[in-house]
Design a protein around this ligand. Sequence first.
Ligand code: IPM
Ligand code: MG
Length: 361
Amino acid sequence: MGVKIAVLPGDGIGPEIVRETMKVIEVLNKKFDLQSTWQEAHVGGAGYDAAGDPLPEATLALAKASDAVLLGAVGGPKWEPLDKPLRPEAGLLRIRAALGLFANYRPTKVHDQLLSASTLKEEVVQGVDILVVRELVSGIYFGQPRGIETLPNGEKRGYNTLAYTTSEIERIARKAFEAARLRRGKVCSVDKANVLEATEYWREVVIKLHAAEYSDVELSHMYVDNAAMQLIRNPKQFDVIVTTNMFGDILSDEASMLTGSIGMLPSASIGEKFAMYEPIHGSAPDIAGQDKANPLATILSAAMMLRFSLGREDLADKVEQAVELTLNDGIRTIDLAQPGDTVVSCSGMGDAVCQRLEGLA
Ligand code: IPM
Ligand code: MG
């Protein structure tokens, strides 16, 4: 009965932000008839510590047997000396690949209550509502060959491969066009077609697909360097941005700062069969275990999970509403705090959201 969630807290602040999010899920179970059950498993450094593998077999099996995966964050200095395949990040990349999560949706929505928390001028960021659709299981993150080698002259060389096939480009572009149809109808495809063949081809495929099936959507193209500039010059020009794995990684961090804190941005990673939800921020080892982290990105990721994987759009709306009400009341974790705000801990923020959510019952 009900829906099954695989919960992977991971490392650093992961366990704290996930704990607060599961409090929210519990309120939904008790007061809103969500009927969910969940099971926790290790990933990242926690996976290495528990099972010698950043993606233990049992974790992947649990993920595959669940309706959705909720992940906190991975990584930390403790595991940096390990061989690359044993590092926490390798676990994250493997679970994305193993579940076929090719489309990573990273919405950046500026909350009016947080306008003054952005480092940019209010008139630049007010009303920003961008969806970055990042390709997640190919590109330079996964391209072969890759490695660090020693050349005949004794010098060492590190190298990676950037490559995209037609079908990989088509499936991510399709997701972007479809998302745009439900939004403001605009897609900007970001590439470096003036220099890199892989993205020259990316542009060619996007143009063809657009002409064949999505000509109702307004399509534009931008080089990534220009896009990085335009995102802070005039972010309101963007609706949906579709781009490669690495450009999407970089541009989504940049876009998060329009909202005032990277601690606000949720994400959904979707494939043909599986889906995983995680905040876009990292494990923040510097504040881990101090009950200081902002759990809102994870709570908002759970809202995306309710909407896209658990068939509960109604509850997704309620969670988002509870977050809005909390922000309206001036409640902030330290990353967002401005003079006059009520500064709360990570658990304090979780409690505040739960309280307002219960009020919506
Ligand atoms: C992200 C992160 C990851 C990535 C790291 C932790 C491997 O930065 O999800 O944006 O680069 O994809
Ligand atoms: Mg990143």
